[in-house]
Design a binder for this molecule. Structure first.
Ligand SMILES: Nc1ncnc2c1ncn2[C@@H]1O[C@H](COP(=O)(O)OP(=O)(O)OP(=O)(O)O)[C@@H](O)[C@H]1O
Ligand SMILES: [Mg+2]
Length: 246
């Protein structure tokens, strides 16, 4: 995004979050243009998931502003932010285990409609997109980790987001399922969904993102094209001296 303000969907301005004496996010700023796919990297504890919590209203920011389409959403509740078209997945999976898979996804669909038949249709559609349609009537508790990740994704998709925030969607997933998830993420972006993707798998993130924001100890240490960020001395240092080479 070269021209400030133009086509900016998400504008994060100096967000800060403290947990007691720990500064989990320290004055984080970056922008995401409509249609972009941005990767977020950083070592464990860098503040990536906390950042998503601030962007989606799950935690209140101590300072800073979050703007969606130029409109402040900083103190909005999660359901309000969801209705504005922002969806997220959680790194720590939390399906409603007493409910069936499709009922879990309908919880997402009901963010956009009150019509039961429509919610069921949207949920079915989302399950088909993530390849879980055959498990629609199963109880969520019987799903494997990989299937739960897909369920998370379907629940987010059922809200029909413009901006989708994915927190380690390949984490804990069996290796064979990763290419399918990556293809799905690309497809969503090609269809116009703006994506911000937290990812530990450097091969995946370097491949799918056109831009990467690197966090370390709660701060942005690099923001740019994958190749440049992978060579950035601060990023190399944060990853214990291991330069990421494609
Ligand atoms: N609810 C909380 N209460 C207290 N401390 C927290 C809370 N949530 C996160 N933290 C702390 O804030 C820091 C950032 O955590 P966060 O989960 O955002 O990191 P992360 O980059 O997502 O890490 P990972 O790669 O392990 O998922 C960590 O030191 C973590 O222990
Ligand atoms: Mg995390």
């Amino acid at each position: 995004m070269d021209r400030p303000g133009e086509g900016v969907l998400l504008d994060v301005r100096g967000v800060t979050k403290r947990f007691g004496g720990l500064v989990a996010n320290n004055d984080i700023s970056f922008r995401v243009g409509a249609g972009e796919m941005v990767g977020i990297i950083g070592p464990n504890g860098a503040g990536k998931s906390t950042l998503f919590d601030l962007l989606t209203g799950f935690q209140p920011a101590d300072a800073g502003e979050v703007l969606l389409d130029g409109r402040p959403i900083t103190r909005f509740r999660p359901d309000e932010i969801s209705r504005l078209g922002v969806a997220r997945t959680f790194q720590k999976l939390r399906p409603f285990t007493q409910m069936t898979v499709i009922e879990n996804v309908m919880v997402g669909a009901f963010q956009k409609t009150t019509d039961l038949a429509r919610a069921r249709r949207d949920a079915t559609n989302a399950l088909e997109r993530v390849g879980l349609a055959d498990k629609a009537e199963s109880h969520a508790r019987v799903l494997s980790t990989g299937q739960r990740k897909r369920l998370e994704l379907a629940r987010a998709l059922a809200t029909k987001p413009r901006l989708l925030l994915l927190d380690e969607v390949t984490g804990g997933v069996d290796l064979r399922s990763i290419p399918g998830l990556v293809a799905l993420v690309r497809e969503l972006n090609a269809a116009g969904t703006t994506l911000v993707v937290i990812e530990h798998n450097m091969g995946v993130i370097m491949d799918v993102s056109r831009r990467i924001v690197a966090l370390h100890l709660g701060e942005v240490i690099a923001d740019g094209p994958p190749a440049a960020v992978g060579r950035d001395p601060r990023v190399v240092e944060a990853y214990l001296g291991q330069a990421y080479v494609r």
